[in-house]
Ligand binder design. Structure first.
Ligand code: ARG
Length: 397
C-alpha cells in the first residue's frame, strides 16, 4: 500500500523545515510542502529547494498575491479593520488564504491530512484549523510543533542531525511574519513590555526622507485605484505605498494585544500602507456615507475585526457582515490627499463626485441655502421630552 500524503504549510523557516522530516518519520507520511506567496518578499526558489532538501517529496509554490489583496485585504479595508483600535490584522488575513490553498492542494494530491507549523500559544493555529475545518470538515490536521516539545536548540540539533538546511542560529531570534499588508515582529527583548523595541528590527519603516510631500490616493467604490494619479493594480499600489510612506518612518505599532488563547502579548508591527490606506479610506467615507449608515458601520467594524482575528474568516456571521460592508462601499469614490512628514501622515484634503458635503448647506456665506426657520421647531420637538420631564418630575419629590 502506498504511503498517505500530507500537505504542510511551509514557510522555509526552522520549525516548518524540521516539521517536514518529523512528520515523515513520526507519522510515516509523504510530505508535500506548500509555500504561499502573500507578498512576504522571499525567494521562493530557495524555499522550494529547502523543502526538498528537508525531505519533502514535492514542493508547491502558490502565488496568491493578487487573490490575497483582492479577496482578503480589500474586505479588511472596507471594514477599516483595526484590532483593538491599533492592529490592521496583518497575519490574521493571510491565514485564511493559506488555509484555502492547503485545502485545494490536499484535494489535488488526494491527501487526507494537512499540517501547519504553529505553536500552541498563538492565534495562528486557531486561524488555520478553524478555516481548514470550515472548508473541508473531514481533513485531518497535524500540528507537530505544538506537540513535539522540542526547544529551539533541540530543533537546530535535529536539523543538523538530518542534514536539513536552515539559516537559524542558537541565539534567540524574533518571530517574524510578513505579507503585503505588513510585518509582525515578536519575542526577544520585546517580551518585556517596558523595553523599547530595538531599532534594528524595523525594515519597512526606516526613515530616509526628510522633506514633507503630498500624495493623492484615488478610490472607486472603496477600492484604491491610483496613487498620485497613476492607475495601478492592488498589489503594485500597496507595495508602492508601503515604500513611499514607509520611507517617512510612518507605520509602526507597539502594543500589548489580547490573543484569542487568553495571553496578553507585546506586539510590534510595521504596516505603513495599511495604516495610510485605512486612514484615507475612512476619511473618504466621512465625506460619502450617510450618517446612520456610517455610524452602524463603525459599530460593526470592531465585530468583523474580532471575528477575523479569532479565526472565523469562514463563518456565516463574518460573511453576512461582509455583505453589509460591501453594500456601504458603492459611493466611496473620490480622492484623498495625504500630507507625508517625517514620522507622521495626516489627511489634508478630500473630494468626491458623489460626496454628501453640500457647500450651500454648510456655508455661513450669503450662498447659504439652509432653511433656518425649520430649525426652531425641530429643536423644540427634539427637546420636548426632556423639557416635559424637567417641568413635571425634576425637583418634584
Ligand atoms: N499577534 C499577531 C496576530 O496574532 C501576529 C502573529 C504573527 N505570527 C507569527 N508567527 N509571528 O495576528
Amino acid at each position: 500500500m502506498s504511503k498517505g500524503k500530507v500537505i504542510l504549510a511551509y514557510s522555509g523557516g526552522l520549525d516548518t523545515s524540521v516539521s517536514v522530516k518529523w512528520i515523515s518519520e513520526v507519522h510515516n507520511l509523504e510530505v508535500i510542502a506548500m509555500a504561499v506567496d502573500v507578498g512576504q518578499g522571499e525567494d521562493f526558489d530557495v524555499i522550494r529547494s529547502r523543502a526538498l532538501a528537508a525531505g519533502a517529496v514535492e514542493a508547491v509554490v502558490v502565488d496568491a498575491k493578487e487573490e490575497f489583496a483582492r479577496d482578503f485585504i480589500m474586505p479588511a479595508l472596507f471594514a477599516n479593520a483595526m484590532y483593538e483600535n491599533k492592529y490592521p490584522l496583518v497575519s490574521a488575513l493571510s491565514r485564511p488564504v493559506i488555509a484555502k490553498h492547503l485545502v485545494e492542494v490536499s484535494k489535488k494530491f488526494g491527501a487526507q491530512t494537512v499540517a501547519h507549523g504553529c505553536t500552541g500559544k498563538g492565534n495562528d493555529q486557531v486561524r488555520f484549523e478553524v478555516s481548514i475545518r470550515a472548508l473541508r470538515p473531514d481533513l485531518e490536521i497535524l500540528a507537530p510543533v505544538r506537540n513535539w516539545g522540542l526547544s529551539r536548540e533541540d530543533s537546530i540539533e535535529y536539523a543538523a542531525r538530518h542534514n536539513i538546511p536552515i539559516l537559524a542560529t542558537k541565539e534567540k531570534t524574533y518571530s517574524i511574519d510578513q505579507n503585503l499588508w505588513g510585518r509582525a515582529i515578536e519575542a526577544g527583548e520585546m517580551e518585556d513590555p517596558w523595553v523599547k523595541p530595538p531599532v534594528g528590527i524595523y525594515q519597512t519603516t526606516v526613515p530616509t526622507v526628510t522633506e514633507p510631500s503630498s500624495l493623492v490616493i484615488s478610490f472607486e467604490s472603496g477600492i484604491p485605484k491610483a496613487l498620485g494619479g497613476k492607475n495601478m493594480g492592488l498589489v503594485e499600489l500597496i507595495s508602492e505605498l508601503n515604500a513611499i510612506v514607509g520611507s517617512y518612518g510612518f507605520g509602526r505599532i507597539d502594543m500589548v494585544e489580547n490573543r484569542r488563547v487568553g495571553i496578553k502579548s507585546r506586539e510590534v508591527y510595521e504596516a505603513p500602507a495599511a495604516l495610510a490606506l485605512i486612514m484615507a479610506h475612512a476619511d473618504l467615507e466621512d465625506l460619502t456615507l450617510e450618517r446612520d449608515l456610517s455610524h452602524e458601520k463603525m459599530r460593526l467594524s470592531p465585530r468583523w475585526t474580532e471575528l477575523v482575528y479569532d479565526g472565523l474568516w469562514y463563518s456565516p456571521l463574518k460573511q453576512a457582515i461582509d455583505s453589509f460592508m460591501l453594500y456601504t462601499q458603492r459611493f466611496v469614490t473620490g480622492d484623498v490627499r495625504l500630507l507625508l512628514e517625517p514620522g507622521h501622515v495626516a489627511v489634508e484634503g478630500r473630494r468626491s463626485p458623489v460626496g454628501l458635503y453640500d457647500y450651500e448647506l454648510a456655508t455661513y456665506d450669503p450662498a447659504d441655502a439652509f432653511r433656518h426657520q425649520d430649525a426652531e421647531g425641530f429643536v423644540r420637538l427634539w427637546g420636548l421630552g426632556v423639557q416635559t420631564w424637567s417641568r413635571k418630575q425634576l425637583g418634584a419629590d
